[in-house]
Design a protein. Structure first.
Length: 293
């Protein structure tokens, strides 16, 4: 049954649901003859008993409708950052270097003064403890923040737990972009089309500037972490672009304050998302995702 259903272009989830429904449908005649029409066993007598409830034809059709047909897959573009020529040169010393990027959302802040509130500062301190642990194990090579005051504050509070030789850099491209592109499915609030004309360009510029494989002049071939303290929507957009997912999917992700999103960029162009919006280092009593208005 599964092989026949796959021939109709059904997804794996639909095939599994439909196969189970068909099996119980075909077995329903035997169940109807069972005493009191109770659950029937369809398992091997030598195996633990497994019971399936017979279904009607309408239920079978609902199972078949549970998933849309399989969409054609898209091949991975290994040269997504146009740096393939850098990684194929055998004379390069960084052919085996994995570039690891941690994207951090700032702490909670007040919209009135654009500065962290007390909870946001405590979140940044918890972030500093987490970054100190990561630095001891992997080594943090640099920290870049957006120029927004809340991101600058978050970075500076967290850096108190790191060695003094680490200096913070700023990049205005990493500031919040609002809505980087029209989300799919649409969001609850209407945003005029002209709004995306500027914001999408800046979000894409931030991605191209910072999310790419290691350069030849990046130093030794040992793997190090780079930390970017920025904002929720720019993080969501850049992760979609790095994983070659539709950018319109950015609104489907949730990002807590001072959470960590970790990307590994391999020399051959592969990208691995090690974690997204990880806030396990923040106590439950300090967790938040919305700012104070």
């Amino acid at each position: 049954l599964p092989s026949r259903l796959l021939g109709f272009g059904l997804s794996c989830a639909a095939v599994g649901a439909a196969s189970a429904a068909l099996y119980t449908e075909l077995s329903s005649s035997a169940a109807s003859s069972a005493p009191d029409n109770k659950l029937m066993s369809v398992a091997d007598p030598s195996a633990p008993a497994v019971y399936l409830r017979p279904v009607t034809s309408d239920q079978l059709l609902n199972n078949l409708r549970c998933c849309d047909p399989v969409l054609p897959g898209t091949k991975w573009n290994n040269n997504w950052d146009n740096r393939h020529w850098r990684t194929t040169d055998s004379s390069s010393s960084n052919n085996n270097k994995i570039r690891s990027i941690i994207l951090v959302r700032h702490g909670r802040f007040h919209h009135s003064d654009r500065l962290l509130d007390d909870l946001g500062r405590r979140q940044a301190e918890q972030l500093g403890n987490r970054l100190a642990q990561l630095h001891r194990r992997y080594g943090i090579s640099r920290i870049i923040s957006s120029s927004a005051p809340r991101a600058v504050q978050t970075a500076e509070l967290a850096m108190r737990y790191l060695p003094n030789n680490l200096k913070r850099q700023e990049c205005h491209l990493l500031t919040e972009v609002g809505w980087p592109c029209p989300p799919e499915p649409p969001g609850a609030h209407f945003v005029p089309e002209f709004y995306y004309h500027d914001r999408a360009a800046r979000a894409e510029a931030a991605f191209r500037r910072h999310i790419h494989r290691a350069d030849d002049d990046a130093g030794e071939s040992t793997n190090e972490l780079e930390v970017f303290v920025c904002h929720r929507n720019i993080i969501r957009y850049m992760v979609c672009r790095a994983l070659q997912l539709p950018p319109e999917a950015w609104l489907r992700f949730s990002v807590d304050h001072c959470s960590i999103t970790w990307l590994d960029l391999y020399p051959d162009g592969r990208v691995c998302l090690r974690c997204f919006g990880d806030s396990g280092h923040v106590p439950v009593s300090l967790l938040s995702k919305d700012n104070v208005r």
